[in-house]
Write a protein that binds this ligand. Sequence first.
Ligand SMILES: *[C@@H]1O[C@H](CO)[C@@H](O)[C@H](O)[C@H]1NC(C)=O
Ligand SMILES: *[C@@H]1O[C@H](CO)[C@@H](O)[C@H](O)[C@H]1NC(C)=O
Ligand SMILES: *[C@@H]1O[C@H](CO)[C@@H](O)[C@H](O)[C@H]1NC(C)=O
Ligand SMILES: *[C@@H]1O[C@H](CO)[C@@H](O)[C@H](O)[C@H]1NC(C)=O
Ligand SMILES: *[C@@H]1O[C@H](CO)[C@@H](O)[C@H](O)[C@H]1NC(C)=O
Length: 504
Amino acid sequence: MRSLVVVVFVSQLLKPAWQQIPRQCATSEALASRQCCPVWSGDGSACGARSGRGICQDVAVSEQPDGPQYPFNGVDDRERWPLTFLTALAVVSGTLWVPTAVNAHLATSAKNTISQDYVIITGTYSQMSNSSGPMFREVSIYDLFVWMHYYVSRPALLGGENNVWMQVDFGHWAPAFLPWHRVFLLRWEHEIRKVTGDFDFAIPYWDWRDAQECEVCTNELVGGQSPLNPNLISPSSVFSSWKVICSREPEYSMRGVLCNGTEEGPLLRNPGKHDQNLADGLPTSSEVDFTLSLSQYDTGPMDRMANMSFRNTLEGFGNPRTGLGNSSKLGMHAALHVFMNGTMSSVQGSANDPVFLLHHAFVDSIYEQWLRRHQPEKSHYPTANAPIGHNSEYYMAPFMPLYRNGDYFISSKEIGYEYSYLQDPGQRFVDDLVSYLEEARGLWPWLLGAAVLGAVCSALLAVVLAKIRSLLSRQGKRRSSESEKQPLISSSEGSTDSYQAMMA
Ligand SMILES: *[C@@H]1O[C@H](CO)[C@@H](O)[C@H](O)[C@H]1NC(C)=O
Ligand SMILES: *[C@@H]1O[C@H](CO)[C@@H](O)[C@H](O)[C@H]1NC(C)=O
Ligand SMILES: *[C@@H]1O[C@H](CO)[C@@H](O)[C@H](O)[C@H]1NC(C)=O
Ligand SMILES: *[C@@H]1O[C@H](CO)[C@@H](O)[C@H](O)[C@H]1NC(C)=O
Ligand SMILES: *[C@@H]1O[C@H](CO)[C@@H](O)[C@H](O)[C@H]1NC(C)=O
């Protein structure tokens, strides 16, 4: 089974895959008018309003007060997202408009396929409106997500060189950390499905509890270590040729610019060779159990100082043995980033490494376990006074279409996906059987060269596969239920760029 997970993951990532500012809205006109309501070719009217296809609707943002951590107003494009860029968006048949693919042909990799739907923002609104004009750039589907993670976590530019506010992050250090990354993975998974045409694809997770080493760092999975340079990926892995973007945050801030998507060299990773003063190692089962026992989602200032906060402890700033915030060492989620000692250990650049996906899928499964155990009311998620970007009704930067933090404070069962290790045993047996019957049907003809085999053979193979699978506990796969509802869509942290610095 290990190899099946591998095949699914690697082949999906490398097959063509297919998100930020919709292409159609990356124009001077759209920037000046702050409207993204493209003319529908069907009837020549904006959003196809004449034919009743859609309407151009004003975006209303929440006016709930933010916490005191960010002492500015009107300096950063992510404030009151998405109003700096858009005050009106097309709404088609009840859901926010989703740009349709112009060209749906499949290329060879999510990393190499340019997004047909989205471009990335490479300058601030004020840079664009003063002189430069629109600052957008094409990007591959994989790198679109790398850029989004950079953009949500970057410091605020205060104008000029070396003038930034580091103590802000619209997706980390506060309550939205878990909902934001949940939407991020859903979007990412969806885009990989679209580009590969494989709508059964599910992001695999790596259960790192009590692991002593990076068990998924093999050439079959996310790449082994290079024998020539321990900081690099083995040349035998496809990931050795990947180039990173948005990995040099202190440099952009120093120059007063944003990451512009330029390639910046190979992926770096040297698991276990991290600075022991920053984190001990990978999280243990008992640390996960303690974290799950915390009944308050977030507490006090709802930032990195928060005590006895489930979110802060899972994120890694709360001590996973005492629950006290401002821990002297990073734990849980952040410890894994530090442990990887390379691209993963800088917040803004971390999504370059495919380990990010496997790691965050598992973090999301711990969030899911907490939601199931504590069954919080929706109102348990803060509506006001969370650090900027993190209140319940705030739209997540930089997603388009728009998602609210509080809407993702619900069980994955309601969204339509499940973790194999969290299923109740009965359901799990049925699902395994169905899933392996399906896999068996696909495998047998290939293995034996026979096109027709009875259900009996398939069932036998399924049982065998299920047995093998039960022996393998460390990797798993998220799975979608039949009734998956697509959330309204189509499609890291620190004072400088590192988790280390984040503790300040
Ligand atoms: C844009 O122009 C305004 C006023 O002319 C100025 O205050 C601001 O600093 C400029 N912004 C940039 C990024 O150059
Ligand atoms: C993009 O950024 C790189 C390095 O950060 C810089 O060398 C390059 O000139 C920039 N390109 C554009 C088009 O701004
Ligand atoms: C990697 O670990 C070394 C040795 O502990 C440390 O000096 C370095 O800062 C770490 N680098 C990254 C990117 O984590
Ligand atoms: C967290 O608890 C410590 C120890 O009791 C206390 O000193 C600190 O003020 C608390 N911090 C917050 C933010 O409540
Ligand atoms: C947080 O902890 C560090 C040491 O780990 C300490 O230097 C710093 O003063 C603490 N911050 C606050 C606000 O207590």
